[in-house]
Write a protein that binds this ligand. Structure first.
Ligand SMILES: [Zn+2]
Length: 331
């Protein structure tokens, strides 16, 4: 069960290292900003002290980052999908490995669309009238359940809640009962609050859109922002030095220039990057599943999606598609 939800021990190890590396980088930036702000106000009196602190901090953070990155590179090398990722020109396993570790296990994404959505590359329906997410039926209920669960998960570990629990006393039965009651209450409140943030218009005006922060005021994003930012960095690398995916980027760009000639060049670039990343992710999904011996490919997707199935860029054949073929090649 754990394997199904969280991935193999090796994948969890990669995830732990990736997130640690991310934390160190974040910490370094935050500390740098804090020091800069302090120096701006008190540079005259503390200039030398602050400069020494900055140098020391950079050296230490740099060492820590390099150590974690070295462990991470080794850990990524042991992932089955790395055999394919290593061949993809333009990105090192240092970028794609963490993506795989954090997204794992691949078995939990039944379709390419589910994989896209988890990285913020799916499509959401929004209402133009109220500028909110529009969800109905089962999807709406599932979204609200997830929201309330996540918000409770955050609240139950807060100082505020822990202080409330402490005030209940030492009787374990009473503590358990208190927590249970608080959970029911908290979730009911959050459910109501979240519901108000979804479109409930009588006559909604709908439009399909890429997930965009402005539609999520206060809602917990339905995708993992870490994965989305990794995808964005991967896109940058492909545009700079990718071969296969860079070529597709150029093709998409040309297509958008022809189909939307009035669109500013920046938007066209964004759209082309987005299409390129989606293509890469669909290949990663397929090759990763193959590496794990899971069903993938056109016939499998047709079965899974039934009527919803349509030909899309999933079926641009991945480069190095034979990476995991066991049969030796005929001479
Ligand atoms: Zn609406």
């Amino acid at each position: 069960m754990e394997r199904e939800l969280k991935g193999s021990a090796q994948e969890q190890y990669v995830r732990m290292l990736s997130k640690s590396l991310d934390s160190v980088q974040r910490m370094r930036i935050q500390m740098g900003n804090r020091i800069k702000a302090f120096k701006k106000n008190h540079g005259e009196d503390y200039g030398e002290l602050v400069d020494a602190l900055t140098t020391r901090m950079w050296d230490q953070a740099d060492l820590m980052e390099r150590n974690i990155a070295a462990d991470l590179a080794k850990a990524v090398a042991a992932l089955p999908v790395t055999k394919w990722l290593e061949q993809v020109k333009g990105i090192g396993a240092r970028l794609s490995g963490p993506l795989a570790g954090v997204a794992a296990p691949i078995g939990k994404y039944r379709t390419v669309s589910a994989f896209w959505s988890s990285m913020g590359y799916g499509v959401v329906t929004v209402c133009v009238e109220c500028v909110n997410l529009h969800l109905v039926g089962k999807e709406r209920r599932r979204f609200l359940d997830r929201q309330t669960q996540r918000r409770w998960d955050i609240y139950k570990t807060s100082d505020n809640f822990e202080a409330r629990v402490e005030r209940v006393g030492d009787d374990p039965d009473r503590v358990v009962a208190f927590i249970r009651e608080a959970m029911v209450e908290h979730r009911a409140e959050e459910y109501e609050k979240s519901e108000k943030q979804l479109c409930s218009c009588e006559a909604p005006v709908l439009k399909k859109s890429a997930p965009n922060l402005k539609y999520y005021g206060g809602l917990i994003l339905p995708y993992d922002p870490y994965l989305k930012s990794m995808c964005w960095r991967i896109a940058g690398q492909f545009v700079r030095q990718g071969e296969f995916y860079r070529e597709w980027y150029d093709r998409y760009k040309e297509r958008y220039q022809l189909s939307c000639p009035d669109l500013p060049i920046g938007h066209i670039d964004n759209r082309a990057r987005r299409a390129m990343v989606k293509l890469f992710l669909s290949h990663l999904w397929e090759m990763w599943r193959k590496a794990e011996g899971l069903p993938a490919g056109r016939t499998y997707l047709q079965e899974q999606l039934g009527e919803k199935y349509s030909e899309n860029h999933t079926f641009i054949e991945p480069p190095y598609a034979d990476t995991f073929d066991k049969k030796p090649k005929q001479p």
